[in-house]
Design a protein around this ligand. Structure first.
Ligand SMILES: Nc1ncnc2c1ncn2[C@@H]1O[C@H](COP(=O)(O)OP(=O)(O)OP(=O)(O)O)[C@@H](O)[C@H]1O
Ligand SMILES: [Mg+2]
Length: 207
């Protein structure tokens, strides 16, 4: 599903965020992406739907070189939930936020339950606490129904209940056969992954 080949990314200010990163993810795999702050995790996830483009190397998605695909095309195959939920949320209720993204009404209802958001469905997303806003942003991406789901630090700021919600979300996505890549430091969550990738200063050190 994902075939990253010799991916390097250098930002405009000269920061080398990724250096020669190569790995593959097969259909239905659940893979975690770990690494210290600033190691390039978010930069890598943003390449999967074309929000960032390689300085060198290629990102192949479902057997196609993504350099020939627009963000709008890639976004139908890969959903990316941002690290910072407020960069993503723009509707006036949780329900509308998810409904806007959802591939159909059934999907909306299902995802409200998966993320434990039914009780706050009518609330304004920005009135919720950070951990809940994060779950809303994740819900909207999951609701799109893309075959590949990328979650940037889903566990950040979550308490025990939030973590349990994420465990069960990953189990549900796994059951649906979706391919999942998630970034984060939370060891507990990465233990449920089939495989762990680790970045250090922009280089993949295992995987
Ligand atoms: N827009 C940008 N312009 C310049 N440098 C950037 C930009 N975004 C990120 N960087 C730098 O690129 C490197 C990788 O950043 P990135 O956000 O991908 O790391 P990360 O592993 O996601 O970190 P964190 O754990 O803090 O989320 C860091 O040195 C960061 O400062
Ligand atoms: Mg990050």
């Amino acid at each position: 599903m994902i075939d990253v080949r010799g991916l390097s990314h250098t930002y405009a200010d000269g920061t080398q965020a990724l250096i020669g990163v190569s790995f593959r993810v097969a259909a239905g795999e659940v893979v975690s992406l770990t690494g210290p702050m600033g190691s390039g995790k978010s930069t890598l996830l943003r390449h999967l739907n074309g929000l960032l483009r390689p300085s060198e190397g290629q990102v192949w998605i479902e057997g196609r070189d993504s350099s020939g695909l627009r963000v709008a095309q890639l976004s139908r195959r890969v959903g990316v939930a941002f690290q910072e939920p407020d960069h993503q949320l723009f509707k006036t209720s949780v329900r509308d936020e998810i409904a806007f993204a959802a591939a159909g009404r059934d999907r909306l209802e299902l995802v409200l339950d998966w993320l434990g958001l039914r009780a706050v469905a009518r609330r304004h997303p920005l009135d919720l606490g950070y951990s809940r806003r994060k779950l809303v942003a994740i819900a909207a991406v999951v609701a799109m129904g893309t075959p590949i789901v990328a979650l940037d630090e889903p566990a950040a700021g979550q308490d025990r209940a939030g973590l349990e919600t994420l465990f069960s979300l990953l189990a549900s996505l796994r059951k649906e056969g979706r391919t999942v890549v998630f970034a984060g430091h939370t060891r507990e969550l990465s233990e449920v992954a089939d495989r762990r990738l680790r970045l250090d200063s922009g280089r993949l050190t295992c995987g």
